[in-house]
Design a protein around this ligand. Structure first.
Ligand code: FAD
Ligand code: NAD
Length: 462
């Protein structure tokens, strides 16, 4: 006999486990199926481990300015064993927190691979022992994503890794080549360059962080160059080879029709991530499940996160689109609200995106260029953080806050920030956009002094 549930969630990343809690809070009997660790990519191989290492790397970098701020720091050194140990402790503590959260909310966690049999049944295959059949009213797919590697000859050589491999590495590569100048590439470039390791970035498009405001990419390029980072854009990687003495690696690429070579001890491939559906659908799945609408490997959903099969929802990285932890969580909450027949109130179209470089980057809504492409007439206000007291006293690198507002209504449509704490402060603009605030509305607020956030007030008042 199958166990009976109101909701079975497959995948315990930030999308899946948060949706499970949301379901339980609405009175649903919920089962959560996971075949690796609780917390998914975000906690185990993504957001948290990268930012934990970045924290150490940035402190180390800041210490280099010691004498100029009255600190004697000649003895400062990095101990990678301790850095890794601390990272593992942080992950362990957060995983335990999720396990406790599941217990408090009476969510049953099944350890195994979930396969959808039909609209109402999920089979769970544990690593050992026979399968368990779960009967349910609703199914939520939250199986996430894995690194996508282009077919580059030599990509399987030892020393060529994805972010998973680089995060697990006990020591650091002396010189690192990063293929892909996107978000993952920039965060690892920040870690390596902050710790004093040379980095070479090879990006196919004409600028790093191609999805973001041009000025952000230009500024970041300048900052990274000062930190011994070599950046090649508009570059096509041809192959990866072992070097002559068999210890290092050579990356051969074409830039402006010229064949170039970069040499390093290790290569990170950070060229995007693809939706993961391994084990989710198999021969035991009904025809309806096998026919579920997919597009280039990702599961297609409607505005309520429902797939082409009624009662089955999908959220997060497996659906493609913005692959961010907070987007997965918001989609999960929305999907559960729809299952419960409630009005969905979360604005899923306004997703702040952040890059944890130094200085940090935070963006939300549209850029001035995007507004132009869409034929929207906008005004842009830009405040340079070099005039902000907190930035100056804490020796922050050059930074700015840009606000894009509708030229007629003055309603805020977007913001791009590149400055200290941008990743925390961007939510103020997200709140402004979601609630239709104008520049004047935001300027009514008193901002405390001295703070980085005063820059927001200056930008909207300009
Ligand atoms: P995931 O977190 O990928 O979780 C899916 C889970 O499903 C996994 O645990 C997997 O084992 C499990 N699973 C898969 N198939 C099955 C099955 N059939 N049965 C049972 N279990 C299954 N995002 C941010 O917002 N901020 C950041 O700072 C950030 N940093 C990142 C840094 C790196 C290096 C990487 C790689 C990603 C980062 N991301 C960040 C992206 C973020 O990690 C993802 O967007 C987020 O984890 C997606 O959540 P999810 O719930 O959709 O899937
Ligand atoms: P990405 O899409 O951000 O960047 C990939 C980059 O690789 C692009 O600039 C692309 O032009 C380039 N590229 C693709 N093929 C190439 C090739 N053959 N040669 C050279 N360059 C090539 O993807 P990512 O950096 O791998 O990150 C994956 C996802 O993880 C992102 O979509 C992001 O949402 C998420 N993530 C978020 C954060 C964060 O929120 N701070 C941090 C890390 C990852």
């Amino acid at each position: 006999m199958a166990d009976r549930w109101n909701l079975v969630v497959i995948g315990a990343g930030p999308g899946g486990y948060e949706a499970a809690v949301e379901g339980a809070k609405k009175g649903m009997k919920v089962a959560l199926v996971e075949n690796r660790e609780l917390g998914g990519t975000c906690l185990n191989r993504g957001c948290i481990p990268t930012k934990t290492i970045l924290h150490t790397a940035e402190l180390y970098h800041e210490l280099q300015a010691g004498p100029s701020i009255g600190l004697r720091t000649e003895q400062a050194a990095v101990d990678m064993d301790l850095v890794q140990k601390r990272k593992e402790e942080v992950l362990k503590q957060l995983r335990a927190g999720i396990a406790a959260l599941m217990k408090t909310n009476k969510i049953t966690v099944y350890d195994g691979t979930g396969t959808i049999v039909d609209r109402c049944h999920v089979s769970v295959r544990p690593e050992s022992g026979g399968p368990v059949l779960l009967e349910t009213d609703h199914i939520l797919i939250a199986t996430g994503s894995v690194p996508a590697c282009p077919p580059i000859p030599g990509a399987d050589l030892p020393g060529v890794v994805t972010s998973d491999g680089l995060l697990d590495k006990k020591d650091m590569f002396g010189h690192l080549i990063i293929i892909g100048g996107g978000v993952i590439g920039m965060e690892f470039a920040s870690i390596y360059s902050s710790l004093g390791h040379p980095v070479t970035i090879i990006e196919a498009l004409d600028r790093i962080l191609p999805g973001m405001d041009k000025e952000i990419a230009q500024n970041l390029k300048m900052i990274l160059k000062k930190r011994d980072t070599d950046i090649h854009t508009g570059a096509r990687v041809e192959e990866i080879l072992r070097d002559e003495d068999g210890k290092g690696l050579i990356c051969r690429f074409v830039e402006k029709d010229k064949v170039c070579e970069a040499r390093a001890d290790g290569i990170l491939i950070a060229t995007g991530r693809r939706a993961y559906t391994g084990g989710l659908i198999s021969e035991e799945s009904s025809q309806e499940i096998r026919d579920m609408a997919m597009e280039r490997g990702r599961i297609v959903t409607d505005g309520n996160q429902e797939t082409s099969v009624p009662g089955i929802y999908a959220i997060g990285d497996v659906t493609g689109g913005v692959q961010l932890a907070h987007a997965a969580t918001a989609q999960g909450r929305s999907a559960v609200a729809h299952m419960a027949g409630e009005e969905v109130s979360i604005r899923l179209d306004i997703v702040p995106s952040c890059v944890y470089t130094s200085p940090e980057i935070g963006c939300v809504g549209i850029t001035a260029d995007e507004a132009k492409e869409k034929g929207i007439s906008v005004i842009t206000r830009k405040y340079l953080m070099s005039a902000n007291g907190k930035s100056l006293l804490s020796q922050q690198e050059r930074g700015f806050i840009k606000v894009v507002a509708d030229s007629e209504t003055q309603c805020i449509l977007g913001a791009q920030m590149m400055c200290a704490r941008a990743t925390d402060m961007i939510s103020q603009f997200a709140a402004a956009i979601v609630n239709g605030l104008t520049l004047e509305d935001m300027a009514k607020v008193i901002f405390p002094h001295p703070t980085f956030s005063e820059g927001i007030l200056e930008a909207v008042r300009l």
